[in-house]
Design a protein around this ligand. Structure first.
Ligand code: ADP
Ligand code: MG
Length: 605
């Protein structure tokens, strides 16, 4: 027996394959661990040793039983992501309340002038009003006064309460009107102004106040005025209740933050403003492709963002900031929930943002140092095998049913790497910024979770709603029953079902919304990158000249990404699917397998 281990050090994971190269090559086992430290640094050795130990353990052997260890000539690419908001909603006059109190009362839309509850006595018939109820008025008094008003035929069309007693007030009323409650800054509600209150039916979201034309109808707005209230309606989307109050100078501004310009250096130099969004940025990128470097206008948000990326990359790879060259970016439009300045109930607006994934090519990763240290720690001969892309192709070709020519898409954590192998065996490879980590970042920020691990779980596992303590309904509609009651804290919550574990998602977003954010994030990153990758590797950039695409890497394990990519590529007549390395590994272990294969092939000459 002559055991050879192939070791693939990735941004996220380190993978090992072990084969016996005596006689016919036989693969015996594999292993996988989290990469320790930044790819290409000496810190990686600790992770490599664990992975080797695991794999050897599977064979009841020790690392000392190995003949040779092959590590990859790792592509010196490291990905990073950053995000910048480009709009900001500011309410200069108090004009909007939109939130999700747990218990709004009543249902429907009401419009009228805002008055204090105490003023009801002085109001005449035919005067449509909306009553403002401060916290120091208890629900009995409030409902009694409103009922007296109804008896006098006053047109009370809605109410705004400071406390959380919307439902109990409503239950005591002789006439059902929408009551929005839990409005903390009620003293800031402008009085005597035309206002509209909307409460949605249970389980639904408001429809009128979140629609600019709905607001235009209620307030009799001109087309010009309608344009101005778009930020309000947008901030109210998805709420269960809301109030909009027209004040004379009532002015919600959607300010476009001067986010600055990106400067792309490629075949020529182009400046593109972040406000142009992802489409503008990617179009300009295409025009100067291939890219040599990117910088940002100094003194602006994007300038700071690019410099941060460069600085982090410089520190991680111990290189001068000036030597760090950004070789690709992926710009994606996204939203970021941010507190509305001047809101009355702590409203959040989904501000427009642009996210950038950047990929840096460092001069060359010091793989020799890793090889030396690994050899010292193990006493086993360590060789640096072939180039990562070529190894990935070799490994991917062990997928049953594949043949040259083909393209592999290695969808990892930091970058999407692709390689084309021609019928004659020539390999052309390319790396693009943006992969699994960017998807996780979108889920984290668009849902306002601020919890990376939870976002990672939302990405990987299906969603479900706990309908009762004995059943839950998955996002695809299937229902699962339990013999033992679930933990009461899970009741009515949206959860991620991670194997046997149920992890509650602490947002008020509906299950459908969470699902949409998750799927959008995956599409925005991986479908875009698949098309970019094929355009750059296909002969003459013609996607139709490609027949087979094999997906490998951690993100190819995803339960929906491979489908999304396949669906898109089917438009070009391409057969696409997840790899199954050596017929058993699924889309994992391609590079490690390729390293052992390459060693064996060289041995045979
Ligand atoms: P690298 O080669 O850069 O080390 P990997 O090929 O290990 O990267 O892929 C890492 C990425 O794969 C991470 O973003 C991780 O979230 C993602 N990933 C791993 N397992 C799964 C899974 N079961 N479903 C979806 N994504 C996954
Ligand atoms: Mg990889």
């Amino acid at each position: 027996m002559k055991l050879v281990a192939g070791v693939d050090i990735g941004n996220s994971t380190t993978e090992v394959a072990i084969g016996d190269v005596e006689g016919e090559l036989k693969f015996l086992t594999s292993s996988i661990v989290k990469t320790s430290g930044v790819k290409g640094t000496l810190d990686n050795v600790a992770g490599i040793l664990t992975a080797l130990k695991d794999a050897c353990g599977n064979l009841n052997k020790n690392i000392s039983d190995l003949d040779t260890i092959c590590i990859n000539e790792a592509t010196p690419v490291i990905g990073d992501v950053a995000m910048e908001t480009i709009t900001e909603t500011i309410i200069t006059e108090s004009t909007m309340i939109g939130h999700n109190p747990d218990t709004p009362g009543g249902v429907g839309v009401g419009t009228g002038r805002t008055i204090f509850l105490d003023e009801l006595e002085r109001i005449h018939e035919n005067d449509k009003v909306i009553c403002v109820i401060p916290k120091n008025v208890d629900f009995e008094t409030a409902s009694k006064k409103l009922n007296e008003g109804f008896e006098r035929n006053l047109e009370i069309t809605g109410a705004i309460a400071q406390g959380d007693d919307g439902v109990i007030i409503c239950n005591r009323l002789h006439k059902k009107i929408p009551v929005i409650d839990e409005v903390s800054y009620i003293d800031k509600v402008p009085m005597g102004m035309l206002a509209a209150v909307e409460v949605a039916e249970v389980g639904k979201t408001i429809k009128t106040l979140s629609n600019p034309y709905g607001l235009a109808t209620l307030f009799n707005l001109s087309p010009e005025e309608t344009k101005h209230i778009i930020p309000i309606s947008r901030a109210l989307i998805g709420n269960r209740s809301a109030v909009v109050i027209r004040t004379p100078e009532g002015d919600v501004k959607e300010r476009v933050i001067p986010a600055g310009k990106l400067i792309l250096f490629g075949t020529s130099e182009k400046k593109v403003s972040i406000e142009e969004g992802s489409e503008g940025i990617m179009k300009n990128l295409g025009e100067v492709w291939p890219l040599n470097d990117v910088s940002g206008e100094s003194g602006t948000n994007v300038g700071g963002m690019i410099e941060r990326v460069r600085q982090i990359m410089g520190e991680l790879t111990s290189q001068n900031i000036e030597d760090i060259k950004i070789q690709d970016i992926l710009a994606v439009d996204t939203f970021k929930p941010q507190k509305v300045q001047g809101g009355l109930a702590g409203e959040f607006a989904l501000e427009n943002a642009v996210a950038l994934a950047a990929m840096v090519k460092t001069s060359k990763l010091p793989m020799e140092n890793i090889a030396r240290k690994l050899q010292e720690s193990t006493g086993i001969k360590v060789v640096i095998g072939g180039v990562e892309a070529n190894m990935a192709v070799l490994g991917a070709l062990t997928t049953p049913g594949t043949d040259k020519p083909l393209v592999i898409l290695d969808m990892g954590g930091g970058s999407t790497d692709s390689a084309y192998i021609s019928k004659e065996g020539k390999v052309k490879s390319i790396h693009h910024a943006g992969a699994g980590e960017m998807v996780t970042m979108f889920i984290n920020s668009e849902l306002g979770l601020d919890d990376y691990n939870l976002s990672e779980d939302i990405k990987k596992y299906p969603l479900a709603k706990v309908e009762s303590l004995f059943n839950l309904r998955y996002e695809d509609g299937t229902v699962c029953f339990f013999q033992q009651p679930l933990d009461a804290s899970l009741f009515a919550r949206n959860v991620v079902v991670k194997n046997d574990e149920m992890i509650p998602i602490p947002t008020k977003d509906s299950l459908e919304k969470i699902r949409l954010v998750r799927r959008d994030a995956k599409k925005k990153v991986f479908v875009t990158n698949a098309i970019r990758a094929l355009g750059d590797t296909a002969p003459n950039g013609n996607l139709r000249s490609i027949e087979f695409v094999v997906l490998v890497g951690g993100s190819a394990l995803d339960f929906e990404i491979p489908e999304m990519v396949s669906e898109e590529l089917s438009h070009y007549g391409i057969v696409c699917g997840s790899g199954n390395i050596r017929g058993i590994e699924g889309p994992r272990n391609a590079v490690a397998t390729g390293l052992v294969l390459s060693y064996y092939n060289n041995l045979r000459g």
